[in-house]
Design a protein around this ligand. Structure first.
Ligand code: ADP
Ligand code: ZN
Ligand code: ZN
Length: 746
């Protein structure tokens, strides 16, 4: 008998604590030798119990461990993970300092790893098997005698495909009546696997596009070149708002499908981009699967399975769709690539742009990562200028539509000249014009609620949240305070708690105040408001956007939710009520964010046949971000901002990592922060920098004190420095988070 060597499996156990975040070896029993595969879920003995784990390696070499145990059983012969998934997860562990098992989890639809993969829903359906004309006639005869059966027939006649969920109809007309219809052989009961269909995208009325612009043709041909090569490359598609980027994405996907490659499309937040999703659905129909967090677990699972089975070949979704299970992945498109939402703000703290690149690298097929934006992030722009990305510019709108004209209004001057309204005279004049011409306008303000805060005019007291230290936002109707960081509610004070004065007055303004002022000036005008407060219900984004698109309202007021991506051809005016809100934020990217937001929101105007107009109101009219946005001058803004970042050592010239230390006792938090800073210091090279420790801009949140340390250095060494921090022992009452490539520094 040939003495065959044993087989050993490297297994990651599904226990999410850092102490066990490594591979454990198990012996593969001879009975399982021909069944084990990399990526399978298995049960293994671990300490005194059995736990779930995943095979990440198989080898014949003896790991030479004393008392090695055997795999207990294989949960499902179909692997949960591909080899590529595991390689990307390993890369994520290195890069983002997260446990491997949390990185692997990203490749699974939420909530399914522990369960087996058979969540498919079997349901009973009822199908009308009469000819509809006949059904109407027979139904009429039942009307008096059996009104519930009559009702049932009508419901089926109204249903798509004359078919309904049995349970639904039983609820409405009762089991007896359903049974009677079945016995009459009018209705057939069937059992099917139901596909839970997620909400449709917004209906689009776009005409078919007959010919591409020359810039679109150029973009497409560059993309095809990459798709035809075997290398992995990135393209930065820098196209002004309305230049037809989405149309390029659609064509590039067609090109990929033709070559047998599957595609992923990432959009910043899917509920805010129903039009984009709608356009993809219209073009590709059932080949599209939509993945996002607002879907129910069942819906998400079904969409995920359609990708896994190859029934759908294009995944569209927010950040986490970058993990979509596509076997022949060869194209990833990231729209509005400058958005922060591509960075996950909890463990694993990944940047979807980086993960996308890794997936393509690990995937032997290929090929193209396409980043698109009207205002590329300085990181991408800088990489493009250095030749690391293929740069394609689309500087003009389609059909030679002009960029909207704009004015920058100095609000200090307005006040000096006696105008105390939230509207400058110019904005008011333009709004009046729009209303008279029955056109549409968008009013943008980056702050919800009625007013930013309440101020005691007598003593200067400002009510603040006791657990976060930030001022409460004042909400009207009903009157209350809300902390926008921890969600604490506080009822309105009648008197100032400090000096007992009655002169507590709103200060600053929010979207609700704008709505009220519009109503005061234009009592007959229909207004829609879109912010976090009006969009809590499911599909409410859709409803508001659809209503505005249908011209059921003249003015749309909103926060950044209205700034992005939407295509409303009827909008001829955009008013920015206060451009300064983001400008004075404690963030090194405040200017970049302001420039992006102003450019994006201006881009909503004049997308139809009537040219657009933009009014930007500000207290800092000479700031370069506002000036450059007013001129649509990306490159001079980018140049100036890059010079500044180089001087001050900020990304893209260095990488930033953040260590966030939080705890209930401030002293312990500060001590830990100091200790960590000292440990990291040891790993620093001469041109590296540690900033802090310092209290975060949000120095207290939900009763926890927050301090942070920023580390600036080059990409390749930053993890070495952080791991020095990770080896430090500290008080168990504090929590320490490591965020590589941090975008939020609050
Ligand atoms: P972007 O994504 O760059 O903002 P879109 O792709 O939304 O631009 O295009 C803006 C509008 O122009 C859309 O209504 C789109 O249907 C239309 N469009 C795009 N490409 C063309 C073209 N080649 N010819 C005519 N219209 C086009
Ligand atoms: Zn007071
Ligand atoms: Zn709070």
């Amino acid at each position: 008998v040939l003495n065959q060597p044993h087989l050993y499996a490297g297994v990651i156990v599904d226990i999410r604590i850092s102490q066990v975040d490594r591979m454990f070896f198990y012996l593969v029993p001879e009975s399982l030798r021909h069944e084990v595969k990399i990526g399978q879920q298995v049960v293994v003995p671990f300490g005194k119990r059995n736990v779930n784990g995943y095979i990440v390696e198989l080898q014949e070499e003896d790991p030479d461990l004393e008392g090695i145990k055997s795999i207990h059983k294989i949960c499902d012969t179909n692997p949960l993970f591909t080899l590529q998934d595991i390689l990307v997860a390993k890369w994520m562990k290195e890069r983002y300092l997260c446990p491997l098992v949390t990185a692997m989890q990203c490749f699974q639809p939420p909530g399914t790893v522990r369960k087996s993969l058979h969540l498919e829903k079997k349901v009973k359906m009822l199908q009308l098997i009469l000819d509809p004309q006949q059904a109407i006639a027979l139904g009429e005869q039942l009307k008096a005698r059996a009104p519930r059966q009559y009702e049932g027939i009508n419901r089926l006649l109204d249903a798509p495909g004359y078919s309904l969920l049995m349970s639904g109809l039983v609820k409405e007309i009762g089991y007896g009546s359903v049974k009677a219809l079945i016995e009459k052989n009018w209705v057939l009961a069937t059992q099917t696997t139901q596909r839970r269909i997620p909400q449709e995208g917004l209906k689009t009325s776009e005409a078919d596009i007959s010919s591409l612009t020359s810039a679109q043709i150029e973009a497409l041909s560059q993309a095809e070149k990459v798709l035809d090569s075997s290398e992995v490359k990135s393209i930065l598609l820098h196209g002004v708002t309305g230049s037809g980027k989405t149309e390029v994405y659609l064509r590039v996907i067609e090109a990929a499908l033709k070559r047998g490659l599957d595609a992923i499309v990432l959009v910043p937040e899917i509920s805010l981009t129903p039009q984009t999703v709608g356009r993809f659905q219209k073009r590709f129909g059932p080949q599209i699967a939509v993945l996002h967090s607002r879907l129910s677990q069942g819906e998400r699972f079904d969409e995920w399975m359609r990708l896994k089975n190859g029934q759908a070949r294009i995944a569209i979704g927010a950040r986490s769709a970058v993990f979509a299970p596509l076997a022949d992945l060869g194209l990833i498109i990231i729209d509005e690539e400058h958005e922060d939402s591509y960075k996950q703000d909890e463990t694993p703290r990944y940047q979807a742009k980086e993960v996308a690149w890794q997936r393509l690298v690990q995937n032997n097929k290929g090929r193209l990562l396409m980043l698109g934006s009207a205002t590329p992030s300085l990181e991408s722009y800088y990489q493009a200028r250095r030749g690391n990305l293929i740069y394609i510019s689309m500087p003009e709108r389609v059909e030679k539509r002009p960029m909207p004209a704009n004015v920058i209004v100095d609000m200090r001057q307005e006040l000096l000249e006696g105008n105390r309204s939230i509207f400058s005279r110019q904005l008011l004049a333009k709004l009046t014009e729009v209303v008279n011409n029955q056109e549409q306008a968008i009013l943008f303000l980056n702050r919800r609620g009625f007013a930013q805060f309440l101020l005691c005019r007598s003593c200067g007291y400002i009510p603040r949240c006791p657990s976060c230290g930030v001022s409460y936002t004042y909400h009207q109707r009903p009157e209350y305070f809300l902390c926008h960081y921890c969600d604490r509610h506080q009822s309105m004070y009648a008197h100032c708690p400090e000096c007992n004065s009655r002169f507590l007055r709103p200060f600053g303004m929010g979207t609700q105040k704008v709505e009220e002022e519009v109503a005061r000036y234009f009592p007959n005008v229909k207004v829609l408001r879109m912010d976090k407060d009006t969009t809590t219900a499911k599909n409410s984004h859709q409803k508001i956007l659809q209503a505005f698109s249908n011209k059921e309202a003249d003015i749309l007021i909103g926060t950044q939710m209205v700034a992005k991506g939407h295509d409303f051809p009827g909008v001829t005016l955009v008013g920015v009520l206060c451009a300064d809100t983001a400008l004075h934020f404690p963030d090194y990217r405040a200017s970049e964010k302001t420039f992006q937001l102003l450019t994006q929101v201006s881009g909503r105007a004049g997308r139809g046949n009537i040219p657009g107009f933009v009014v930007i109101q500000t207290y800092s009219p000479s700031h370069y971000a506002i000036q450059a946005a007013g001129r649509y001058d990306y490159s001079s803004f980018a140049q100036r901002e890059l010079n500044y970042r180089q001087r001050t050592k900020y990304p893209p010239f260095v990488e930033i990592a953040r260590i966030l230390i939080t705890g209930e006792e401030e002293k312990v938090v500060i001590n830990t922060a100091n200790q960590l800073a000292i440990s990291c210091q040891k790993g620093l090279k001469s041109d590296w920098q540690i900033i802090g420790p310092a209290p975060c801009p949000l120095s207290k949140l939900k009763n926890r004190f927050r301090w942070h340390i920023l580390i600036k250095g080059d990409k390749h060494d930053i993890n070495r420095v952080l791991s020095l921090g990770m080896e430090t022992d500290f008080d168990m009452s504090v929590s320490v988070l490591y965020d590589v490539g941090a975008t939020s520094l609050l």
